[in-house]
Design a protein around this ligand. Structure first.
Ligand code: DX5
Length: 240
């Protein structure tokens, strides 16, 4: 296996070994003190970070790009999970891998024929997957699931934190978990908090992306403890 291939496997084995786990979404954090924020999250036992890249075109919001990923790469060994909410992922995904991303998801709505880009991302050493918005039919995504390391099921329309959880994500998580092997990582993002975590984990989610339920709390350790307790008591996924 190539060096990049083993890097991908190492990332996937880590995520498979710690699931279900919470990934803080760096959208609502204090960017004026990013290093301190990362240190606080590491002290809270966080095992990976979810970075949200928005281009103001695919979604009506703008965030950050490669320089932030490069800066984070220099200050943490946490896995960097980069979610591209952009219109032209094939033009930019390689640059995010080079910046230090360990895993990249891009939207099926932005790249209806994703196979080549999925392979390109993996060949560069990052795990690769597809994201899907609640309003997009699963039929658009299903033909490509077998080519994914991870599927990111959005439980809000991508673009903003603090939105309400859309339960359509539960049906989608259950469908994917029931029809694909346990090697496929399932990620859920949007409105994930202590109220929705039992349902998302019992329906098969492995990676729980959380924004406001962490960053609107003063103490990240307490927030992470509450989140972990909210789903650990529900054990492994069932066919609920
Ligand atoms: C929204 C982002 C999410 C968001 C989650 O488009 O992809 O990661 O930051 O925030 P909450 O957890 O507040 O819904």
């Amino acid at each position: 296996m190539s060096q990049n291939g083993s890097r991908v496997e190492q990332t996937l084995e880590l995520f498979r070994g710690i699931r279900p786990t919470v990934l803080p979404s760096l959208l609502l954090c204090d960017f004026a003190n990013l290093q301190r924020e990362v240190q606080r999250l590491e002290e809270a036992g966080v095992e990976a970070l979810h970075l949200v890249v928005m281009d103001g075109h695919f979604v009506p919001n703008l965030t950050y790009v490669m320089p932030i990923v490069e800066s984070l790469r220099k200050i943490t060994t946490l896995k960097l999970d980069v979610h591209l909410m952009i219109s032209s992922p094939k033009n930019y995904a390689p640059a995010f891998v080079q910046a230090g991303a360990d895993m990249i998801t891009f939207h099926i709505e932005a790249e209806p024929q994703p196979s080549r880009l999925l392979n390109e991302i993996r060949s560069m050493g990052a795990a690769a997957g597809l994201a899907i918005n609640p309003s997009t039919p699963m039929e658009n995504l299903l033909p490509f699931v077998k080519e994914c390391d991870v599927v990111l099921v959005m439980s809000v329309q991508a673009g903003f934190g603090g939105q309400a959880f859309n339960p359509i994500a539960l049906e989608r998580l259950k469908e994917l978990r029931n029809n694909y092997g346990s090697e496929l990582l399932l990620e859920v993002d949007g409105g994930v908090n202590c109220q929705s975590t039992p349902a998302v984990t019992s329906h098969g989610a492995d990676l729980l992306v959380v924004g406001s339920a962490i960053f609107r709390e003063a103490d990240y350790c307490q927030a992470m403890t509450r989140l972990r307790c909210s789903f650990k008591s529900f054990g492994t996924p069932t066919d609920a």
